[in-house]
Design a protein around this ligand. Structure first.
Ligand code: ZN
Length: 246
């Protein structure tokens, strides 16, 4: 089975289109690690698409908050404004869909899917030390997560966890052959709001047959996504950061 793994779409329709074009023909099923709304200008388009196309998905903190906007005191001002706007934009059907999204981790075909960490959907896992501490909480030796908007594959053996290098510069792909004796936590990166100083949309592909993960980046119409954010009247920093990739 071949999976397209996406996370943190954040209502960025332009980025999602580029990912789907680039990955066309390379997957049989789609997995999403959450945060399909928030920040971006196309919440209904993205949620409509997810509802029609994504079979395996966990909720992210933005998905949860869109249907519970009283509880977002820990969001920064721009995120809060965007979340209020998003909640007002979403159709009743899409709000209900977000409300019913499962909290991770969930299991799919031998791997786990979660948003933040295996023990807390709001926890940020950014480095090998933090990942290493979470390995004992996994039920499977392969897990996909999101939340940080930082693409990365972490490989853990006994007490040593290391990060495998990801596509950098002009590279668009890094292939990781999964070793049966190691444990892996893979962040496909954010399609809709990358923060690893690489403004290209991030995603991953998994082949369970060849036991291979591919970390990928693709250019997208950033100016189009920024124009949509400005047209919607969303906070300017949300447009600017797409151009910076941070
Ligand atoms: Zn996010």
């Amino acid at each position: 089975m071949r999976y397209l793994i996406i996370s943190d779409l954040h209502a960025n329709w332009h980025a999602l289109q580029a990912v789907l074009n680039a990955a066309s023909g390379d997957w049989d099923s789609i997995v999403c690690c959450g945060d399909i709304v928030g920040y971006g200008a196309a919440p209904n388009e993205v949620v409509d698409w997810v509802r029609a196309n994504v079979r395996t998905i966990v909720r992210g903190n933005h998905d949860r908050t869109a249907v519970d906007i009283e509880n977002m005191e820990w969001f920064n001002a721009a995120a809060r404004d965007a979340m209020k706007w998003t909640a007002g934009e979403l159709s009743a059907g899409n709000l209900e869909y977000l409300r019913l999204l499962p909290k991770g981790p969930i299991c799919e075909n031998g791997f786990e899917v979660l948003h933040g960490s295996p023990v807390d959907e709001d926890e940020y896992l950014t480095n090998p030390r933090e990942i290493g501490m979470m390995i004992p909480y996994l039920d499977r030796s392969l897990a996909f997560f999101g939340h940080t908007h930082l693409q990365g594959t972490f490989e853990s053996r006994r007490t040593v966890t290391r990060e495998i290098s990801k596509p950098a510069g002009a590279e668009t792909e890094v292939i990781v052959d999964l070793d049966d004796s190691a444990w892996y936590m893979v962040n496909p990166g954010s399609a809709g709001q990358p923060r690893d100083f690489d403004r290209r949309a991030a995603y991953a592909l998994l082949s369970t047959e060849s036991r291979q993960v591919r970390m990928l980046r693709v250019e997208y119409d950033i100016a189009g996504a920024q124009a949509a954010i400005r047209r919607a009247g969303l906070p300017e920093p949300l447009a600017v950061r797409l151009g910076l990739g941070r």
